[in-house]
Design a protein around this ligand. Structure first.
Ligand SMILES: Nc1ncnc2c1ncn2[C@@H]1O[C@H](COP(=O)(O)OP(=O)(O)OP(=O)(O)O)[C@@H](O)[C@H]1O
Ligand SMILES: [Mg+2]
Length: 577
């Protein structure tokens, strides 16, 4: 409970004023028929005078004005409270997702996270709004209309003793049938959203693979499912309204039959009968509103649960356990000690098995191996994108877990294999590496990454806007921008994960030379597919199926590592052809 109260507290006045205003409206609605009945009764028995009718009408106008103020106030405060509630909640969910580690993100799909952040929060917002407007209003109206009806004519009110329980029973059945249907519909909506999210994010890939038909079909399936479950839930609702109206009409009929008799016998003034009929409608329609509220609450509960899941997902990488939070990365010496890792903690096969490796500070290390053998996984352990399950990763002799995440990641610049730039200018993108970098530093980093030339060729230079994360630069240009961005951090450890795969060999050689000449103090780890990319490295690590099968210089490996030799000859033959 406390969890949600946090979002209510700052707006408590709105949360209180909203329902209070609605009560004012209810009182007006209940008083109105009574006032009208006075005029009708007086007209009927001939006691109506201009003065008395004017005074009653004055009261009616006053009531109407109060009702309007109540109605507008209720809507306004309700909106204010629910919108603010949702905005704060969204902010917290977003902040939580920002703290997620890669492993946390792997657990939810991106689509699901987006749905939870938007749709589910909106669902709660609507529910809070409805709750504020209806939670007091409907029961309030029901009870006060019931009291008024009993005050007008107790014997006639016996009608309610029959119709209200009967209606409650019907409502009970409807809720029982519809709850699971709405829950199912919510799940289908989630699937649809995830599908849409994935499709739209990757629309370029889909088009290039001419997979539109397939993807459209996938969407249609999700859409059809949603339609079907939606329809099954709607069917109950379709049924609900006429049934309730039927009950209402039957009750009205009973009141007219009984009340008509009383009126004819002279024991009930005709104005009272008309007021009584209005109360019948008010009582039964409030019951319907309460039903709607309950239905909505089932959806809101489902959304609340999904939001709770995001908030309660334990963060598996935190600073909390950092033993030396103020220690920066000073040299860049790296040591893997018997590291074993699996993405799925309960799976048998590990992605890395008992890997041990020592990299001296300032060395240039190449990593090579077949696709899927665990190269990316291995280097992800250095900036703690993932944590080793067994064994230890040390930087400068200190376990990576003992650094604060900020210090560790400031010290380790990593150009990811799947890289992204963000909408904004080139300079803004490069500044991700260092917010405070001046123009000279930016140019310098771009020059080392061999990006300076093509950036200057753009008419806006460093102010060129990258659209949608860089669709307007080429693949190789994008890679070089990503390298420049990492260089700006001046990291003690620089990791390039297949980051020059789209760069031509001549330019790549220039990048390597810049690294050698300008970044002598940094440890450089270069994952590559081409042997030419790592050939001059101080040491080359050969990996296969989660294990290291060879460590040495190009010449050493060529002499005694079968796998390395194979890769080398396959590539030189290709070049020779
Ligand atoms: N986020 C993830 N969740 C689950 N499994 C993963 C994840 N990332 C990688 N894997 C699996 O772990 C194994 C090693 O993947 P990794 O990305 O480290 O390979 P790699 O050597 O970098 O390959 P490549 O040369 O193609 O980049 C693969 O079998 C892959 O399917
Ligand atoms: Mg990889």
């Amino acid at each position: 409970m406390n969890r949600w109260y946090k979002y209510v507290k700052p707006y408590l006045p709105f949360f209180i004023l909203g329902p209070l205003c609605m009560i004012v409206e209810v009182i007006g609605e209940v008083v109105m028929p009574k006032l009208l009945s006075v005029i009708i009764n007086n007209a009927n028995d001939g006691t109506l005078t201009v003065a008395s009718s004017l005074s009653v009408m004055g009261l009616m106008i006053l009531t109407a004005a109060l009702m309007m103020i109540g109605g507008v106030g209720g809507a306004y405060f309700g909106a204010k409270a629910s919108v603010n509630f949702a905005a704060d909640l969204r902010e917290d969910v977003y902040a939580r997702i920002q703290q997620y580690s890669f492993a946390n993100i792997d657990k939810f799909s991106t689509g699901s996270l987006v749905t939870r952040l938007t749709n589910d929060v909106t669902q709660l917002q609507n529910f809070v709004n409805m709750l504020l407007r209806m939670a007091l209003r409907s029961p309030g109206m029901m009870i006060s209309a019931l009291i008024m009806a009993i005050l007008i004519n107790p014997p006639l009110s016996v009608v309610f003793a029959v119709s209200v329980p009967a209606l409650l029973a019907v409502i009970g059945i409807i809720i029982k049938v519809s709850f699971p249907r709405f829950t199912r519909k919510q799940k289908k909506l989630d699937t649809l959203n995830s599908t849409v999210q994935e499709n739209i994010t990757n629309v370029r890939v889909i088009k290039s693979f001419v997979r539109q038909d397939f993807e459209t079909e996938k969407f249609e399936t999700a859409n059809r499912d949603l339609k079907d479950t939606g329809m099954s839930a709607m069917k109950v609702m379709i049924f609900m309204h006429p049934v309730m109206t039927l009950f209402m009409n039957l009750t009205v009929l009973a009141v007219i039959l009984l009340g008509g008799r009383f009126a004819l016998a002279g024991s009930m003034p005709i104005g009272d009968l008309s007021a009584f009929l209005t109360y019948v409608t008010q009582i039964l329609s409030s019951l319907m509103m309460v039903t709607m509220l309950l239905m909505n609450s089932s959806r809101a509960m489902a959304s609340a649960k999904r939001i709770r899941e995001v908030m309660d997902e334990p963060l598996d990488l935190t600073d909390a356990d950092a033993a030396q939070p103020d220690l920066p990365v000073r040299e860049g010496r790296i040591e893997f000690k018997n590291v074993t890792f699996r993405y799925y903690k309960n799976s048998e096969d590990s992605v890395l098995t008992n890997v041990s490796l020592t990299i001296p500070a300032g060395a240039t290390v190449g990593i090579i191996g077949s696709t899927g053998c665990g190269k990316t996984t291995l280097v992800s352990m250095i900036p703690r994108l993932y944590d080793a399950d067994e064994g230890e990763v040390l930087v400068d002799g200190v376990s990576v877990r003992d650094y604060s995440l900020t210090n560790l990641r400031d010290g380790v610049g990593m150009v990811l294999q799947k890289n992204t730039l963000f909408s904004g200018s080139i300079a803004e993108n490069l500044r991700w590496g260092d917010q405070a970098a001046d123009d000279d530093a930016i140019r310098q980093a771009a020059a080392y990454a061999q990006a300076d030339k093509f950036i200057n060729a753009f008419s806006d230079g460093y102010d060129t806007l990258l659209e949608q994360g860089g669709v307007n630069v080429s693949g190789g240009q994008k890679q070089r921008l990503c390298i420049a961005r990492a260089l700006l951090k001046k990291p003690k450890i620089l990791i390039l994960d297949d980051s020059t795969s789209a760069v031509d060999t001549a330019t790549e050689a220039l990048i390597r030379r810049a690294f050698r000449e300008e970044l002598g103090g940094s440890t450089k780890i270069i994952i590559a597919q081409r042997i030419s990319s790592v050939r001059e490295a101080d040491m080359i690590v050969v990996m296969d199926d989660g294990r290291i099968t060879g460590i040495g210089t190009h010449e050493q490996l060529l002499a005694d590592n079968e796998e390395y030799r194979e890769i080398f000859y396959s590539q030189t033959e290709k070049e020779a052809m």
